[in-house]
Design a protein around this ligand. Structure first.
Ligand code: UT7
Length: 316
């Protein structure tokens, strides 16, 4: 489903922020918990440490507050709040609690598309703006540490907690979003799942294989729709699951690793938070300039995939 409607009212990202809970779990800490080694984890995944013991609501409040501050708006200016998460703290009302804590008075909802959730939410936010909203806060937040079995070395080495957020504002003209794609392949659901109240389960090798394929397919649809190639991408911001998945996807898309945002060494896989955390890191380091093409690509349980190609606006 690759699309953009150039006649629709567009949006630009005018603020961003992120939050990581203070408790850090290193690979060496994990060596004392399960039969693994720092060397194995780094070689097979690229991860060195992750943050744990966050709550989805608490991290969303901090990342959301930072993004609103960076936008120069006040909480009362926000027309809608979307939180992408696959680990809500409560069955419902997570986004509403964040709204209240930040002093916003707007409509709120949560989107669960697993690790693709932030890009799904970003596209949904553009839809709200096309239909008349002015300012939308989008947060990707996940506290995977609470659904990780810390006795299972197959999964314990990969996941972490965090939150990242952006504020979108309507603008004259088409805005930053050049093309987008939302994708899913439900036949692959049984290779990566968590029952309600249960732990993350996965067939790692199969997830790896399909992840590369579904990410590359989704990204290629967007590139094709926009009439550009990997060479034109100034920065790829992929879901941060495994450095080898990112490398394989970059190879196929024709994007060098030095044009790719990577934070997983310090954060592990933070699901819906991973893309906004990597985007925030890249912006903080000055890696994005006005006019740059920035490609966000996510994949996750379901399986889902989503891509958004942005032509970065004046704010960096
Ligand atoms: O958001 C999406 C979430 N999930 C993912 O992205 C997961 C995608 N998959 C992956 O990232 C990789 O498949 C893993 C990192 C999970 C595993 O890497 P791999 O290169 O596919 O390793 P493997 O599963 O083939 O295991 C190789 C060996 C096995 O031992 P034998 O059979 O060769 O003796 C495993 O038992 O490594 C062993 N192993 C471990 N050893 C030390 C598996 N987990 C560990 C571990 N520490 N944590």
């Amino acid at each position: 489903m690759p699309a953009t409607d150039s006649s629709a009212r567009g949006a630009t990202i005018i603020g961003w922020g992120s939050y990581l809970p203070p408790k850090v779990l290193t690979n060496h800490d994990l060596e004392r918990m399960v039969d693994t080694s720092d060397e194995w984890i780094v070689e097979r995944s690229g991860i060195r440490e992750r943050h744990v013991d966050g709550t989805t609501i608490g991290m969303s409040i901090e990342a959301g507050r930072a993004a609103i501050q960076s936008s120069g708006l006040s909480p009362a200016d926000i027309d809608a709040l979307i939180i992408a998460t696959t680990t809500p703290d409560k069955q419902w009302g997570n986004a509403a609690t964040v709204q209240d804590a930040l002093g916003m008075r707007c409509g709120v909802f949560e989107i669960n598309a697993a690790c693709s959730g932030f890009v799904y939410s970003l596209v949904a936010a553009h839809g709200l703006i096309a239909m008349g909203a002015t300012n939308v806060l989008v947060i990707g937040a996940d506290s995977l540490s609470k659904i990780t079995d810390w006795n299972d070395r197959n999964t314990a080495v990969l996941f972490g907690d965090g939150a990242g957020a952006v504020v979108l504002q309507s603008c004259d003209g088409p805005g930053e979003l050049v093309a987008w794609d939302l994708d899913a392949d439900g036949s692959a659901g049984p290779i990566l799942w968590a029952d309600v109240g249960g732990y993350i389960q996965m067939e790692g090798k199969e997830v790896f294989r399909r992840a590369v394929r579904i990410m590359v397919d989704s990204a290629n649809k967007v590139l094709h729709h926009a009439g550009v190639s990997g060479d034109d991408i100034a920065l790829l911001v992929p879901h941060q699951a495994n450095i080898r998945i990112i490398q394989a996807a970059c190879d196929r898309l024709g994007v060098d690793m030095d044009r790719t945002a990577v934070v997983l060494d310090r954060m592990g896989n933070t699901s819906a938070a991973s893309i906004p955390l990597a985007l925030d890191d890249a912006l903080t380091k000055g890696r994005i300039a006005p006019g740059d093409l920035v490609l966000l690509v996510g994949f996750g349980g379901g399986m889902t995939a989503a891509s958004a190609l942005l032509r970065w606006g004046p704010r960096t």
